[in-house]
Design a protein around this ligand. Sequence first.
Ligand SMILES: [Zn+2]
Length: 321
Amino acid sequence: MNFDLSNPTNGLSKLNTKIWDSHVHIWSADAFEPLLKVGREYGVHHFMGIAAPDVKKSLEEAGHEDLITFAYYLPIDAFASHEPERILNAIEEAHSEEYSMVKLWFGPRFLDFFEADKSFSLTLPIFDPVFASIEDYKIPMDIHVADPDIWYSTKYQDVGRYRTKEQALDEFRTILRKYNSLKIISVHFHSLPENLQQASQDLNDFPNLYIDTASTKWMIRELGRNTKQTRAFFDKHYKRILFATDLSVGWEDRDKEYLATRYWSQRIFWESNLQDVELPFPDEDNQNPPTYINGLNLPKEILEHFYWKNAEKFFNSNNYR
Ligand SMILES: [Zn+2]
């Protein structure tokens, strides 16, 4: 089985549910059209889109408001430079502009992007008002806590600067405990597709915690290593897992193939029982390339929740906009 751009649903069966992609980045309104078009070919009917206020406005004016639930990207540079006031102002704006979610990104390299000269932890007291404000406004939070295991043994060896992965996750658990009415999606399978036992423990410990499947290659590489274990995880937690890609449009030039290969690969992975299907794009984090897709063959009931119902419930529940 191969990806085939001229036959985008090659190898896929008819799907009985719509798909809600719970994590995409929309950097310009124009760039949404191609994403929508390709998404539709794969059954995607709604997006949680991370977009700036002007982009959100343009998309709403273009009549797309029913297709997108919007998230506001909080200024991560202000976390790096310890300026909570700026983050609080952004939360005010997210609230007044009627955003449905705020997005926080703490891939350890954010410290380098913004040339941080102070040490960082999610639990620094100066950030307390930030989490308190998000909780007060009852805005759900989308958070990237940590990166693939492999990056900690390659890029992030300076533990003093980047913290260990376990440290970052522990800080996050402290936040979950302290702001226990916060409703949260921890992206990239809670940063733990490599350790499902721990991910399971955290889902058990924190009832407001949800996880997404963003980052196609990371998910397929790690969750495909032991399909039996991954299936068991889904059997147990499928109402807390949201389908997502992390596709990013309008930042750099992305063609149709970029969009289609991600949707195709994920659908083959979740739905089919095909094994050893070569991932149709490079995975530079695999030390033994290529990365293969080992289909999980998830049952219909699980797919219905994971693809649509969980997101619909998460974003449309009464307590939240
Ligand atoms: Zn993202």
